[in-house]
Design a protein around this ligand. Sequence first.
Ligand SMILES: Cc1cc2nc3c(=O)[nH]c(=O)nc-3n(C[C@H](O)[C@H](O)[C@H](O)COP(=O)(O)OP(=O)(O)OC[C@H]3O[C@@H](n4cnc5c(N)ncnc54)[C@H](O)[C@@H]3O)c2cc1C
Length: 465
Amino acid sequence: MESAESALNTMTRPVPQAPGETFSVLIAGGGVAALEAVLAIAQETPGLGVELICPTPEFELRALTVGAPFGLQAPRRISLSKLCQRAGAKLRLDRVAEVWGSSQRVLLDSGEELFYDALLLSPGAARHEALPGARTFGGGEDVQWFGEMLDRIEHGAVRHVAFAVPAAVRWALPLYELALMTARQAREREAHVEISFVTHESAPLFDLGDAASDRIAELLADAGIELVLSRAPAAFADGMLRLEDGALIDASEVVSLPSLSVAPIPGVPQGRDGFIGTDPEMAVEGLDAVWCAGDATWFPIKQGGIAAEQADVAAAAIGRRAGAAGPAPTFAPVVRGALLTGDEPEFFRFEGDGAGTASTAPLWWPPGKVAGRWLAPYLAREWSGGENDPLYPLEDLTVGSEEKDAARHREALDLALRFAEVDAEQNDFDAAVRWLDVAERLNVTLPREWSQRRIEWRELSGAER
Ligand SMILES: Cc1cc2nc3c(=O)[nH]c(=O)nc-3n(C[C@H](O)[C@H](O)[C@H](O)COP(=O)(O)OP(=O)(O)OC[C@H]3O[C@@H](n4cnc5c(N)ncnc54)[C@H](O)[C@@H]3O)c2cc1C
């Protein structure tokens, strides 16, 4: 392929970056990393010719699907054409099929070829069953069976659910959320079910630091969930969860998370399971002018906040390549996690040393589930109806200032009320009422007019069922 490519390109390759020519940036992907990069370039180095290449016209925040079986929040989508339009980028519904590095071109599924001055690859990763015999929760399509399992728990048909993290899964936050929310719903509905959490980790979510691990262990204990640490599950069959050390745990249902791999992209050096190696500026090893960000990279923590941080680094490096001033950016991960519990969410932040921070007050603003510097504010703005508000980058909050805490409290309350309103406008009165419940928890009582609306929406929600 490379020889055909060179023959073709010696004839047709455009001269990159002639005076007056736009620096052309191709971004492959339509997930967290790709959208963060589009927004970061628009905000920080505007004027580049950015084109997003993605097979689907919408983005769905997979992180939120974890709340969906509990009716907490319906998965939300945004239009990529609208985001691109606002960011001054083009959208092309296609896929990158091959990268021809020596001539700085990509071949698309449609057969078209495109030249780039800079290419950012963010194709994410494919999900696979990691624990044979267990149910695998990977987002959207799994909401239904999980909801059905909750119904069976409510009707007493499930004796013991084990949530299990096999060795192939490093980032298990969604499974902790599912376990905690299952326990809470069972308690609220007076269903009797035993719940265990079995993990290879030496402490819950150790990637978030000791403060987070301690807090999560406390939440599990309070919820009556048995925590089994440092024991890797191996398989589930005939009502028994077998651990790698040979021990057996009796269980009626076992829920796990997927392992990941990256599909081959010819022309791109890929390592084990297809993951793509980069340097600290997120430049792909062995290729010039190509960067990679997100789940597809070598970095072992597969998390949206991390994907967005990598995208910001890549966007800044691309900006420098296009001539922008500024220091060379490097990837220095800060892990931010928002844990849904069925009660107030818990926020965690870890910067690589010390114990990290755990708090029930948001540790960043806006307190999005995926803490992207530009994507979190963009989604918060879209979903709260403030489309025309200016976009400010995500801000880390410090804990302990009373004034700031009060301001935060007001903002959080406002956000919950606005989400309630949006859900009610979409006739999702069940979700609207739940948002009012969240607002009530934040504020102890609801503002009066909202109490009235809750009565009305509860009636409408009852009529819906
Ligand atoms: C159930 C669940 C809950 C989660 N909860 C959280 C959470 O609370 N917080 C958090 O930070 N993270 C969470 N995550 C992880 C987070 O969703 C991922 O880390 C994040 O989506 C990775 O972003 P990405 O851009 O690398 O990949 P993705 O978001 O998977 O996007 C990849 C995109 O690339 C496109 N694509 C694929 N191949 C090509 C190609 N060849 N050319 C062009 N486009 C291509 C795909 O269509 C897709 O649009 C959760 C994940 C799951 C499954």
